[in-house]
Design a protein around this ligand. Sequence first.
Ligand SMILES: [Zn+2]
Length: 289
Amino acid sequence: MLKTLSEVLAQAEQGGYAVIAPDFPTLYIARILMETAEAVQAPLILSYSTSFKPIRDLRSYAHFVRVVRDEAESYSVPIVFHLDHATNLEDIAEAVDLGFTSVMIDASIEPYAVNLERTLKTVEIAHAAGVSVEAELGHVSSDTDYITTDQFNGFMTDPQEAFRFVQDTDIDALAVAIGTVHGPYKGDPKLDYARLETINQIVSVPLVLHGSSGLSDQHLSRCIHFGIRKINIYTEIIRAILGESLVELTRQTSNPVPVSLAQAKAVQKKLGEYLSYSGSINKGSENIK
Ligand SMILES: [Zn+2]
């Protein structure tokens, strides 16, 4: 069933677990993700990035959103249909209009005042339609080289600023920068748990971890312990899909079906791992009021 981000994360907060938020590039992958969550009765945050728009499963974006919504409604577990990393208000307004149940505004590379203004506007547009809002303060980079530089520290979320930002914007979830990066890690990830603990103590909304692909289950459970309620993954899922596809492609000369089935198996296995780390298995069968 379709739910908003704030509904699903409120349950996660109560239960002390996190909900996995995988990005999906195509409808086929979306369905496998939902089936996998349904099989273990876990809630899911199905995340879509506008960067996937050039892959057109269907003729129009509106039709695509309707199909995803219909599909999500057909499962018994709570499913959030979330727009990931929108940087502008046009994408936000379009997503709210078409029927996403949650949106992320990411103005995290902008100065504080611009981030605040764009987030406020997003909340105004989304909340009027009953759609949840995630925003980011500090910046989760896509450049792993930053990890070894002093500049990286400048991107970390400042706890006091986070407190103010959440109070002033009325967002439903906050993405924090505590040392994770998007994409594959070079070397061991170093996370600032003291910072996360402080943010969690003073910020009133559930916290979101971007760049979770490649973190060990120990890292993830520590993050959950310190208040992370939404875990974003993409790189690991895509790596699994591409890896299994390559193996199958070397065997096939004329039949594409085993290649697609191998992709599905890869998604099931990888998402299954993250669902078990998150503590969300069987949490999707509880009733959400
Ligand atoms: Zn992200």
